[in-house]
Design a protein around this ligand. Structure first.
Ligand SMILES: [Ca+2]
Length: 96
């Protein structure tokens, strides 16, 4: 009984994130730590490196692909990227 709450909370978050395509809002909100409606590279990097499995360099690269040239990641960009199978670059879907 060391971690009764955190495990339940984590499980719920994981299940919710995997279950619904429309749940990107919650994930996005988790990244957008200053809640200004866009995810900056710093916010994205902090989010991605929090689990210790992604290096800051990799996160920065991913951010560049996701965010495009404006340097800001929006919910729409995140959804477009995640709904593309196999991690294709989102720009092809973005009406470029
Ligand atoms: Ca932000």
């Amino acid at each position: 009984m060391k971690y009764p709450l955190s495990i339940a909370t984590l499980s719920a978050l994981v299940l919710a994130g995997a279950a619904a395509a429309g749940d990107w809002q919650a994930k996005f909100d988790g990244m957008d730590t200053d809640s200004n409606g866009v995810v900056s590279e710093a916010e994205f990097t902090a989010y991605k490196t929090a689990d210790g499995e992604t290096s800051a360099e990799d996160a920065s690269e991913q951010f560049a692909q996701l965010a495009g040239e404006d340097g800001e990641l929006t919910l729409a960009e995140l959804e477009a990227a995640m709904s593309t199978s196999g991690g294709e670059t989102p720009s092809e879907r973005d009406g470029y």
